[in-house]
Design a protein around this ligand. Structure first.
Ligand code: HEC
Length: 181
């Protein structure tokens, strides 16, 4: 009995070798993983105080969680209305007044800006101005969509801009075969 007990606890040379190797490798793996972790945390926090970096972080945070776009390359682009674009893109800053954005519906916030005129406001929305990103951060929006959205927003705050209409589809159809000749 005592003999068999002794046998059970006695390790073979191979087992000793394996446990020695594992004993050395395991802490090494742990150290490497910790280094990776520290590295990734550091690279996330680099320069978080800089305004450009903070702005990027905000844009990242307010970006849609998932984007599913099934696009037919031949389909004509359907221009969205100002209201649709506002609710999809601009509302994140212009409803709460984030980063100092003039709030939707706020006459006080817009009064001083409206004097610039519709074209200038639209140009600033297209090109961006200070903390306002170009096209509200969505480069897919057309000039027409931005212009309509500016009219929608400004009109909520007392302006009476006329939202531009898209070019008549008939004109575009006529032009297409001409181009093919
Ligand atoms: C990331 C936040 C953010 C988003 C998204 C955003 N804006 Fe702005 N917007 C701002 C800020 C901030 C200002 C004020 C900029 C300033 O004058 O310093 C501003 C100002 C404006 C102005 C006034 C510009 C002027 O000349 O006074 C217009 C017009 C405007 N935004 C339109 C839009 C439209 C249209 C969209 C959506 C397509 C949009 N914004 C999306 C932050 C945003």
């Amino acid at each position: 009995m005592a003999d068999s007990d002794a046998k059970m606890t006695k390790a073979t040379p191979q087992e000793v070798l394996v446990s020695v190797v594992l004993g050395l490798v395991a802490p090494l793996i742990a150290i490497v993983l910790i280094l990776f972790l520290v590295n990734s945390i550091q690279s996330e926090q680099v320069d978080a105080d800089k305004p450009e970096v903070a702005e990027k972080a905000i844009l990242k945070n307010i970006a849609p969680v998932a984007k599913l776009e099934a696009l037919d390359a031949n389909a004509p682009k359907v221009e969205k209305s100002g209201e649709e674009v506002f609710n999809e893109v601009c509302t994140s800053c212009h409803t709460p007044g984030a980063l100092g954005a003039p709030k939707f519906n706020s006459k006080g916030d817009w009064a001083a800006r409206l004097g610039q005129g519709f074209n200038k406001l639209t140009a600033n929305a297209i090109n961006g101005i200070r903390a306002m990103p170009p096209r509200g951060g969505n480069p897919d929006l057309s000039d027409l969509e931005i212009a309509r959205t500016v009219a929608y927003m400004a009109n909520s705050a007392g302006a009476s801009f006329k939202a531009p209409e898209p070019a008549a589809p008939a004109a575009a159809k006529e032009a297409a075969p001409q181009a093919g000749k």
